[in-house]
Write a protein that binds this ligand. Structure first.
Ligand SMILES: C[S@@+](CC[C@H](N)C(=O)[O-])C[C@H]1O[C@@H](n2cnc3c(N)ncnc32)[C@H](O)[C@@H]1O
Length: 225
């Protein structure tokens, strides 16, 4: 069993899957990764996939429990998924291993390469040319819905708020990539000014920054400090 400083831990559920679970909660009531449940019909037309553009090598810098990484892999991207929380990464690794052993999901799961580390450091050390870098940091608490799914609430307990997401954006902006996509709550401020494209889904907004031959201007308040 692995335990976070807060009130979540990683345990095994009655089906033998690793799950992120509130300390003291009954086994089976946490969040496990099960890609067999993901609906793949119509994903090519989804705002997430359209926002990520032409297929190629995609870096999911904030993998979490891998839901978006799986959809992007299923739509044809070769996904490198980065997660810095050891608890969250352990649950995702377990889900990917089971998906690799399952005929319906194996080909997709094999297109996802998971690394447990900080994505900013990973990007800085990588020479890869990325078609796209996708960022989905934890939403600011103010806009976190009281109706947020159980898995998101458990991930938040494990990782807290991603207060350094502008630093991560800057690392992405300094890499060689075709575009950066940032998932944000509807009506929230952009993480970085002036997205070139915006895609809206029922639950979120995808701000797209096209990179070809262009450097991204830092937000005004950051230039002053
Ligand atoms: C909102 S969740 C991502 C959800 C994910 N898109 C999904 O579909 O499940 C944000 C995750 O990003 C991770 N994260 C945030 N900043 C990171 C960084 N700099 N490096 C690696 N992981 C990071 C957090 O630990 C957290 O698990």
């Amino acid at each position: 069993m692995q335990r976070a400083a807060s009130e979540v831990e990683v345990n095994t559920d009655p089906d033998g899957r690793m799950e992120l679970i509130a300390t003291g909660e009954k086994p089976g009531h946490g969040a496990a990764v099960d890609f067999r449940r993901v609906t793949l019909r119509g994903i090519s037309a989804s705002p997430l996939v359209r926002a990520c553009g032409a297929k190629g090598a995609l870096l999911d810098a904030t993998a979490g429990l891998g839901g978006d990484a799986f959809i992007l892999a299923a739509s044809g991207f070769a996904v490198t998924a980065i997660e810095r929380s050891p608890l969250v990464a352990a649950v995702l690794r377990d889900g990917l291993a089971r998906a690799c052993a399952e005929p319906r999901t194996a080909a997709i799961a094999q297109r996802i390469e998971l690394h447990e580390r900080d994505a900013g450091a990973f990007i800085a050390a990588s020479r890869q040319v990325w078609a796209a870098i996708y960022l989905d940091p934890m939403y600011p608490v103010k806009s976190a819905s009281a109706l947020a799914s159980k898995s998101i609430r458990l991930v938040r307990c494990a990782v807290g708020d991603d207060l350094d997401s502008a630093v991560l954006f800057r690392a992405a902006a300094e890499s060689t990539c075709g575009r950066i996509i940032v998932k944000r709550p509807h009506h929230s401020q952009t993480l970085w000014p002036d997205p070139d494209l915006v895609f809206e889904s029922k639950l979120a907004r995808y701000d797209v920054y096209l990179r070809q031959g262009k450097s991204l201007r830092a937000p005004a308040q950051k230039e002053e400090t």
